[in-house]
Design a protein around this ligand. Structure first.
Ligand code: SF4
Length: 280
């Protein structure tokens, strides 16, 4: 379990830039380089999609740091990534990375807690492979409406996401939802909040500092901070090759501005989780 003080020591590990979804606002797949990656055909049958994943050729050069498994095997991992209490494992979609169980096992052996930032639309076999290696599942919720989800992501996946939330909750795993607030999703925030309440889940709302929201819109988003189990975070990484649902910058980046920005978010998570642990 991740304790509130763990949030003060976080790092980010991008394991792949592939994804099975095609979110409208995602910078990853709209990048011409990534469009060359073969992805399974998105169909109505999610399980066909998952079956085809195992045969999919992986393009390792597209991970943030080359092949993470090679770094581990060469004993070089902590030369590239500073040790931290918590590693945020991100993508693309981390669950399409074949080496993920190996990488997570390595982190666990090194007593590092893992938050897995995933779109969550996988069958249970895939989740079962990693569920004992993950301390917190952070599920990306682009839309809480079935039709809206399909329109936004190109895939009819909300039912699968819900099934997986229920499964992990029954297994007593820690799950949070995160939603990327865009100008078009702004009116849906009350529904997104109610959706998280329905499952009694913590909700992270993140918005881009580059999105040119009006002052009133920012104030409106921030109003949700007052709600129980909601955290509002700013992010700077929009336009980077990282899943839109994630509020972390790609790492390793050592410029002071990034460190300062990430530090602020870590501190905010620490404070909010401290309040949650005291049931405030
Ligand atoms: S935003 Fe995230 S879930 Fe959506 S296509 Fe991009 S990487 Fe995949």
């Amino acid at each position: 379990m991740i304790k509130f003080f763990d949030f003060l020591s976080q790092n980010t590990l991008c394991v792949t830039k592939e994804c099975i979804l095609r979110c409208e606002h995602c910078h990853l797949w709209s990048n011409p380089v990534f469009q060359k990656i073969k992805v399974p055909k998105i169909s109505d049958d999610g399980f066909d999609l998952f079956r085809s994943l195992s045969d999919q050729e992986r393009n390792r050069k597209l991970t943030a740091v080359g092949d993470v498994s090679d770094l581990i095997q060469a004993g070089q991992f902590f030369k590239t990534f500073k040790k931290a209490k918590v590693f945020n494992v991100i993508g693309g979609e981390p669950l399409v990375c074949k080496e993920l169980p190996y990488i997570l096992g390595f982190l666990q052996k090194n007593k590092i807690k893992v938050r897995l930032w995933t779109n969550g639309v996988f069958n249970l076999d895939v989740l079962d492979q990693v569920k004992d290696l993950v301390d917190e599942f952070c599920f990306y919720l682009p839309s809480c409406d079935k039709k809206g989800y399909r329109l936004l992501t190109g895939f009819d996946g909300l039912g699968i996401l819900e099934e997986n939330i229920r499964y992990l909750q029954a297994e007593k795993r820690h799950v949070i939802l995160n939603h990327f607030v865009t100008r078009s999703s702004l009116p849906d925030l009350p529904e997104v909040y109610e959706y998280a309440r329905k499952f009694d889940l913590r909700l992270y709302l993140n918005y881009s500092v580059h999105a040119k929201f009006q002052r009133e819109s920012i104030a409106y988003i921030k109003r949700f901070k007052k709600e129980r189990k909601v955290m509002v975070l700013r992010k700077k990484n929009f336009g980077q090759d990282v899943c839109a649902g994630v509020h972390f910058d790609l790492w390793p980046r050592h410029d002071l501005e990034t460190i300062w920005f990430q530090g602020q978010n870590c501190f905010q998570e620490f404070m909010r989780n401290l309040a949650w642990s005291l049931h405030v």
